[in-house]
Structures are given as structure tokens and as C-alpha cells.
Write a protein that binds this ligand. Sequence first.
Ligand SMILES: Cc1cc2nc3c(=O)[nH]c(=O)nc-3n(C[C@H](O)[C@H](O)[C@H](O)COP(=O)(O)OP(=O)(O)OC[C@H]3O[C@@H](n4cnc5c(N)ncnc54)[C@H](O)[C@@H]3O)c2cc1C
Length: 405
Amino acid sequence: MDFGVPDKLNDVLGEVRRFVEAQIVPLEPVFLSSGFNAALPQLQQARTNVKALGWWLPQIPTEHGGMGLNLMEYGLLSAELGRSMLGHFCFNCQAPDAGNMEILLRFSTDDQREKFLLPLLAGETRSCFAMTEPEHAGSNPVWMSTSAVKDGDNYVINGHKWYTSAADGAGFAIVMAVTNPNAEPHSRASMIIVPADTPGYRIVRKIPVMGDSGEGWASHAEVRFEECRIPKSNLLGEEGAGFRIAQDRLGPGRIHHCMRWIGICERSFDLMCRHAATRELSPGRQLGTQEIVQAWIAESRAEIDAARMMVLKTAWDIEQNGAKQARDSISLIKFHVAGVLQRVVDRAIQTLGGLGMSDDMPLAYFYRHERASRIYDGPDEVHKQAVARRIMQNYGLNLRSGTEK
Ligand SMILES: Cc1cc2nc3c(=O)[nH]c(=O)nc-3n(C[C@H](O)[C@H](O)[C@H](O)COP(=O)(O)OP(=O)(O)OC[C@H]3O[C@@H](n4cnc5c(N)ncnc54)[C@H](O)[C@@H]3O)c2cc1C
């Protein structure tokens, strides 16, 4: 295994870090104080600059206008972008669009490509992904009520979703709906593209997340589908293939999340160390002279470095052997890195005291919004059980339960 920085990224990573510091971090105060829409004109300018520098869509193959980075290379870049909550958006590799681009690239028809994928790649529109339903446990995603019933050339969709991230202002949603209720659980649902202006598609509200409703890309919506008529030609891939397609984006998607979280850890660590070095408890006695703060610094450094190595090893494993072979590593990093993230951000807030709790610093935003890292894309417990189940199988104990993914 070679986790060295590939030659082609040697200069780029440093340049991207400087770009994030110089052009993206300065946009954070207006985003944090006035919201996504207020920051949008400056974010669009940053996007134009990113395009001009040749860094647009780092995760997308060059023939589709991206940088063509492989999973490990993109992971390294993603850790630089994660230093700001606006980094990925400025490079057009933000969730949920990045995942949607990936599945559209693989499964869309020519017509879908033209209408939905190309505007997304160009940054002319945004998208969202609607799977989770308030009435059912999202950790058992095959259990859902949203239905898409065929009627002539259309599907008629009825259902209720929530935590549809970035739905506010998105041009279209990719919706998971049951089209084949009598099939095996994993073959019941399909992905269907729903343009946001379709009658019957309705955003009910932006869900307040720890007191912050957000707006635009930086928000999570509750949505309803009420007799929502969509042409059959908007079916993505085959009917009943929804979960197979979702599975496809999950392995690489988790690397993307984990490396972004490592970027957040690095930024939080920097802020913690800078504050510990300069904040005086009394004249000439810096906070960093306290052994307990030194322990937080050392523990954080060890945890971030170890997490980074685990994620890079998993990315390498996926590239060498495929996501299925790497599934244990994928589950391990998903819960382990989310835990490191939570602890590092928490220690940084503690170090900064009142300043850490305020939106004058990005830490409170990280804390509010990244607490969810232990819940989305499979809660910690589900990943732990999946890994333990496979381990225990080697010891002759069968722990398979009916509700696991
Ligand atoms: C910020 C945020 C963004 C999101 N974005 C999207 C999005 O864009 N699109 C989308 O469709 N969904 C999205 N989600 C939803 C997310 O995927 C679900 O919240 C997640 O799958 C968990 O489902 P649930 O909330 O229904 O929790 P439940 O499934 O009800 O689980 C509740 C808790 O029970 C525990 N638990 C669950 N299963 C087990 C088990 N087998 N054993 C032991 N304990 C268990 C876990 O601690 C879990 O947190 C988002 C969620 C958040 C918080």
C-alpha cells in the first residue's frame, strides 16, 4: 500500500488549501450570520474562480468536465475542502449533488443526461435525494410507504419524506418510491427523477436542526408527493433497482464523507492549537501551558492521523478489490471517523470557551450540523452490528437479523 501524495496532486493540495483560506473562509461570516442565500453571489464568484483554475468537479472524469481524480486522490482533496463548510460547494462536489451526479453518470438515459445531469455538472442547478420517511425507521430503508403507481405513460407518486437535504431551491429530486410492492424487499423500490416544478411535489418546511433551519443548499426539508405525475421516462435505471443503485453510491460516498470530516477535524485542531498558544489565563500564562489542554491536543492529533490512515486504506481497498470486498472497512470508518469528528470538534469548542460556542467561529456550526454524521448514511449502531456479525460468523455464531440492510 502506498498512501503517499500522488505526484499530480503535490502542488494542487497546497494551492487548494491556500485558495480555501484566501477565498472561501472569508465567506463564512456572511454565511453564518445571514445565511446561504446572502452568501450566494460571493459563492458563485468563488465557483467561477475554481473553474478558471481547473479544479471544478474534482471527483468527475475529465471527459465530463471534471478533474478525473480517483477515490484516494479525491479523498485527499476533499480533506482540504472540508476545512470550510463551504469548500465542497465552491468546487461543485457537495452532497447530495455529488452522489446524484455519480448515479446519473452511470444510469441515466441520453434524455435524462441532457435535462438533469448536464445542468448539475455545470453548476446551473442543484438536486436532492429523497429516501427517508418520518413514519419509518430510516435505518431499515427497505421499509417505506412512498409509492409510484403506473398510469398510462406516467408514474403517480404519493408519499412523505423528510431530511431531504438541499431540497430548498433544488431543480429536481431523485426519489425512492415503491414500484413493485410484491417483489423481494430489496427489489421493491425504484429511483425516479422529479423536477421541482411538478404539480404535487411540495416542500412542507425546512426542518430546524439544533435550532438552525438554514436555507438553500444548507438546509434539510420535509417534502410531500401528492398525486405527483411523472413521465415513466424519468425512471432511473431499471424498475425495482433503486436499492442496487443506492448501494452503488454508498461505498465511495462514505469515503467522501469521511475525508470531509477529517478536513473539519484539521480546521478545528488548528483553531484549538492557535487559541491554546495565544489565550492568556493570566498575564504571560497561556492556556496551552495546562496539561489537560496538552492532552486534548495530543489525543486529537493521534485520533485524526489514525482516522486519516484508516480512510485512505479503505479507499485503496475499494480501488483494488471493489466496494463489496471492502465493506467491513467502509463500516469501520463510517462510525469511527464520525466519533473522532465529534470528539475533536468538542475539544476545540471547550478550548475556545465562549468564543467556541459563538458563530464568530465555525466550530458551533460544525458541532450543530456534524452531530448528524453518526446518524445519516447508516447510524453507528447499524455499522457496528454489521461488522460484528461478519466477524462472529468466522467464530461460528450467526447473528443475522431480519431488519439489517
Ligand atoms: C442532517 C441529516 C441529513 C440527512 N440527509 C438525508 C437526505 O438527503 N436524504 C435522505 O433520504 N435522508 C437523509 N437523512 C436521513 C438519514 O438517512 C436517517 O436519519 C438515517 O437513515 C436514520 O434513520 P432515522 O432517522 O429514521 O432513525 P431510526 O432508523 O429510527 O433510528 C433511530 C436510532 O436508533 C438506533 N438504531 C437504528 N437501527 C438500529 C439497530 N439495528 N440496532 C441498534 N440501534 C439502532 C440508532 O442509534 C439510530 O440513530 C438525513 C439525516 C440527517 C440527520
